[in-house]
Design a protein around this ligand. Structure first.
Ligand code: PAF
Length: 284
């Protein structure tokens, strides 16, 4: 069945209140649209966990820097609606920027520690924008569960922190990155890549897999693990933005992976003009 399309804050409140009155539990899947299998896996998992799923489709202007791709971010609303229907979403919230940031809007959410390094250091203001819109969405829908992909691993930790600190009460579920058959992490921004850039972009997942293998072989040193990713990036001619080994929860830098420790290796790099990110769990 086609999902109901909600356009205003009032429509969301009425829809979510009706659902709660019927005693049904709600999952929310926030997205910026141009949906791929990664997003659909979140909707399906939401359906598996609770009674109804709402997806939001909103290209959030406050999380884009002045020289980033807001105006050319890929969009396909009709295609997205059909995908939401096939994955089982009951409602789609598709507001305009004026609905989320009306004239007089002045409230922003800043998550301090986990926003600081990695993408936070390279994209000033990005996580403030993410935290602000996700707080708005969680406050509006009051979902029982909200689902996010682990591809945006730092974003997931930012959202876990704001949900906890602001008592928003959702269960935040992080879902594994969905990859193309050749290992490329699915991302709406893959649409920007030429065939050659896409081929070279495989070096991100190849490097991460090489590091996982190294750790399995007993190499625990951050320099060696990070070096395995850097080697693949430079072989493919990609420009590194960062490669870092961090504690999986606090995102603080690690010099090595202690036995039993949950670490995360994260990479950001440019294939042509397109900035791509990926990450994998190491240990834990
Ligand atoms: O991951 C995304 O698509 C966005 O950052 C999110 C969480 C929908 C907030 O705009």
């Amino acid at each position: 069945m086609a999902p109901v399309v909600l356009r205003s804050v009032e429509e969301v409140k009425a829809w979510a209140t009706g659902l709660r009155r019927e005693g049904r539990r709600l999952a929310l899947v926030p997205t910026m649209g141009y949906l791929h299998e990664g997003h659909l896996s979140l909707i399906r998992e939401g359906r598996r966990r609770v009674d109804a799923v709402a997806a939001s489709i909103f290209v959030n202007p406050t999380q884009f820097g002045p020289r980033e791709d807001l105006s050319r971010y890929p969009r396909d609303f009709e295609g997205d609606l059909a995908k939401c229907a096939s994955a089982g979403a009951e409602a789609v919230f598709a507001p305009t920027p004026e609905v989320m940031y009306p004239s007089g809007y002045q409230t922003y959410v800043e998550v301090t520690e986990v926003s600081q390094g990695l993408c936070g250091a390279r994209r000033p203001g990005h996580f403030r924008g993410v935290a602000t819109i996700v707080t708005q969405l969680l406050s509006l829908f009051r979902p029982d569960v909200a689902l996010f992909g682990e591809k945006d691993y730092q974003q997931l930790q930012v959202i876990r922190a704001l949900n906890r600190d602001l008592h928003l009460g959702a269960e935040i579920v992080g879902m594994p990155t969905i990859r193309e058959a050749d290992g490329l992490a699915m991302s709406s921004r893959n649409a920007y890549l030429s065939a050659e850039e896409r081929q070279r972009a495989l070096s991100l997942s190849r490097g991460l897999r090489a590091a996982v293998m190294l750790l399995q072989g007993g190499t625990r040193d951050a320099q060696a693990l990070v070096g395995a990713v850097r080697h693949e990036l430079s072989q493919a001619g990609l420009r590194e933005d960062y490669v870092e080994l961090v504690d999986a929860e606090r995102l603080t830098p690690l010099a090595s992976v202690a036995p039993g420790q949950a670490a995360r290796l994260l990479v950001a790099a440019f294939s042509g003009a397109t900035r791509l990110i990926d990450n994998m769990q190491l240990g834990g």
